[in-house]
Design a protein around this ligand. Structure first.
Ligand SMILES: NC(=O)c1ccc[n+]([C@@H]2O[C@H](COP(=O)([O-])OP(=O)(O)OC[C@H]3O[C@@H](n4cnc5c(N)ncnc54)[C@H](OP(=O)(O)O)[C@@H]3O)[C@@H](O)[C@H]2O)c1
Length: 280
């Protein structure tokens, strides 16, 4: 798809990855509808990328509420032209073992990561261009590989991946393409200091948000979009996990004590003492 002048709705636009996507697509001449709850961060970004001059605008909306979805519906109905794309990027995580998770946190995670993109996508479908339009769902490496401390997050991203695959097939004879983009760990506020410390100790690679934005730009620009997992070892582990999950079980079994130590310390809102870290 040629990106210049396209009109694309982006959720999670106030977050680390969303902002990087907005900057990159704005540079390519995309007109963006930026969605998030933080008016301050959205307006700051809008000024930075000269949003109004480009023909884009900001929508402050909580996508887990009927009122928030109404804000978006009303704006779409007022448009004089079709949308060219939807990027479902909003997402949250709570790093915790299941037994320690609050029920309200489980419900909110599923509401933001699963229910909201499903309802929003359903709502947006009639507004999409009949020539060539795109839906991209931001998943995660944890949408294809279950990881301790992320059981609810994994459930949400596995669900989003299944939704993307089924919808792509459901719309297979239409003008709408659907793809799933799965970043690995990325340096944003989604990850607590504890998660960052754990990734460092376990040697998990962490990308900048610009890496994800670059992959998304490439995906949208392609004639045919294809699902993508970002990161080489992650792609390899995902493949192994799909054919020989017992090998991944064993590898993660050896990491389990460290992951549990970090998860418990995150709950106590403190970094754990490790052999490599000095405890003050
Ligand atoms: N960072 C990573 O390591 C990583 C790795 C793989 C995949 N991902 C995925 O990438 C996507 C973006 O994550 P990120 O790292 O950029 O996280 P982030 O910096 O924490 O941003 C999260 C975004 O989601 C929005 N959001 C959360 N709850 C919302 C709600 N109820 N209504 C509307 N918007 C809501 C936030 O907007 P407000 O705060 O303004 O409401 C913010 O724009 C997510 O889907 C995440 O699962 C991230």
């Amino acid at each position: 798809m040629k990106l210049t002048n396209k009109l694309i709705l982006l959720t999670g636009a106030s977050g680390g990855i969303g902002q990087a996507i907005a900057r990159r697509l704005a540079r390519r001449g995309v007109r963006l509808i930026l969605v998030g709850r933080s008016a301050q961060r959205l307006n700051h970004l809008a000024r930075e990328i000269n949003l109004r001059a480009s023909g884009g605008f900001v929508l402050v909306a909580d996508i887990t509420t009927p009122a928030g979805l109404d804000v978006i519906r009303t704006a779409l109905m007022a448009l004089q032209e079709p949308l060219d794309g939807l990027i479902n990027c909003a997402g949250i995580n709570v790093f915790s073992f299941l037994a320690d998770m609050e029920v309200k946190d489980i419900e909110q995670l599923v509401a933001v990561n699963v229910t909201a993109p499903l309802l929003l996508t359903r709502m947006v479908l009639p507004f999409l261009s009949r020539v060539d339009s795109r839906i991209v769902n931001l998943g995660s490496s944890f949408g294809g590989l279950g990881y301790p401390g992320y059981s609810v997050y994994c459930a949400s991203k596995f669900a989003l991946r299944g939704f993307s695959e089924a919808l792509r097939r459901e719309l297979g004879d239409s003008h709408i393409q659907v793809a799933y983009l799965a970043p690995r760990a990325t340096q944003t506020d989604l990850n607590s200091a504890t998660v960052n410390a754990m990734n460092e100790e376990l040697g998990n690679a962490v990308d900048s948000p610009e890496v994800v934005a670059g992959a998304l730009e490439k995906m949208l620009s392609a004639k045919r979009m294809r699902d993508q997992n970002i990161g080489w070892p992650e792609r390899f582990f995902l493949r192994i996990n799909s054919v020989l999950p017992q090998i991944v079980d064993l590898a993660l079994r050896s990491q389990l004590p460290a992951i549990r130590r970090f998860a418990q310390s995150d709950k106590a809102n403190d970094l754990p003492a490790t052999p490599n870290r000095i405890s003050l």
